[in-house]
Design a protein around this ligand. Structure first.
Ligand code: ACO
Length: 336
């Protein structure tokens, strides 16, 4: 039988500081009513100064190891960290996280696909296992968007939150609960400016001359992104379901990127799945980008929404533009 990546552990970690809509309403010209009605978000977590993406990633990674019955120093071959907010532009954050987890012989690298980063990471991790290059891969999605939000931009400031989620994937077979059964990924770089940090890279170098301070922050043209996000996640989901031979009626849970509750409802309409089968936790955590899907998985698993063998469809959309979907069966693991 072919080798397949199987989900064996799930961990989640949120920084302690809760930021309510009311708190943001004191800082920006906004309101709890606007934020809830336009996005569904009630609160988010922001990391206090001094807490980095790597710190959140370490906590989530450690919990995923524990959920899989492993611990610090476990025999992990590869650590992949999906993030938009690495600790440093150079080096990658994953080797530091791997070292703190005492995974001293693991290959470790970051991947950058913004809010699609976790699904892209699943594809990389699963392919590494399927090719026989690794027995166990730890994949972490971690973000501290609070560090890149423009304090003068009320729209992005109310949407994004910090957090980390992680999964441990092991080598297994496609008939096992937890098996990742297919991927459908895509990108459209011609629309890169819709979600962008303009400065600080090689295009607009901060070492050459001081950039416009606004260009150092995260920017998003939300209205233009909205319809594309729904369409791309919908098309990618449908194409993947067709490829693996699952009807939408056979999908027990749709776990979409938690960008906006209205996007999740529109996506449900587009793919014809009822809202009861759509997992949401955006109300509590906001949009946590690459951490969004593992945090939503951990949230639903902690509420015992998933049964062993349930069919899950995961789909994400983000800057790049990028998008991607994957399907798996639920292994019955307990998140840590
Ligand atoms: N409080 C009050 N009013 C606000 C706020 C706020 N926080 N933010 C914007 N507004 C105002 C705008 O100024 C505008 O006012 P105007 O009509 O007088 O000009 C009005 O509200 C409507 O603004 P829109 O931008 O049209 O608001 P919209 O309903 O589109 O919601 C949002 C904005 C939430 C950003 C939405 O467009 C969205 O979710 N877009 C998709 C985001 C997404 O999917 N991103 C991809 C993944 S994330 C990633 O990759 C990092």
């Amino acid at each position: 039988m072919t080798t397949t990546a199987v989900l064996a552990g799930l961990g989640a970690y949120l920084p302690p500081r809760r930021v309510s809509n009311e708190e943001l309403s004191e800082r920006f010209d906004t309101s709890d009513t606007w934020i809830r009605s336009r996005t569904g978000i009630r609160q988010r977590r922001w990391a206090d100064t001094g807490i980095s993406t790597g710190d959140l990633a370490y906590e989530a990674g450690h919990r995923a190891l524990k959920s899989a019955g492993l611990g610090l120093g476990a025999p992990i071959d590869t650590v992949v960290l999906a993030t938009t907010t690495p600790d440093h532009p150079c080096p990658a954050t994953a080797p530091d996280v791997a070292s703190r987890l005492r995974l001293t012989s693991a290959a470790a690298f970051d991947i950058s696909a913004v809010c699609s980063g976790f699904v892209y990471g699943l594809m990389v991790a699963a392919s590494t296992i399927e090719a026989g290059h690794a027995e166990r891969v730890l994949l972490i999605g971690a973000e501290t968007y609070s560090t890149i939000l423009n304090p003068e931009d009320r729209t992005t400031s109310v949407i994004f939150g910090d957090g980390a989620g992680a999964v441990l994937l092991r080598s297994g077979t496609p008939d096992e609960p937890g098996a990742l059964l297919g991927f459908e990924l895509g990108s459209d770089g011609s629309q890169k400016e819709l979600i962008c940090i303009p400065a600080g890279g090689s295009r607009q170098r901060s070492t050459y001359r001081a950039p416009d301070p606004g260009d150092m922050y995260f920017t998003m043209q939300g209205k233009k992104v909205f319809a594309t996000a729904v369409r791309r996640m919908g098309e990618s989901s449908t194409a993947l379901l067709n490829r693996v031979g699952w009807s939408i009626d056979s999908v027990d849970h749709l776990v979409g990127h938690q960008a906006n509750l209205r996007i999740l409802h529109s996506l449900a309409e587009q793919v014809c799945i009822d809202r009861q089968r759509v997992v949401t936790n955006i109300e509590q955590v906001g949009n946590t980008s690459a951490a969004s899907i593992p945090l939503a998985l951990a949230h639903a698993a902690a509420q015992e929404r998933f049964k062993i063998g349930d069919r899950l469809l995961l789909t994400a959309f983000g800057g790049g533009l990028t998008w991607g979907s994957t399907v798996l069966t639920w292994p019955g693991i307990t998140p840590s």
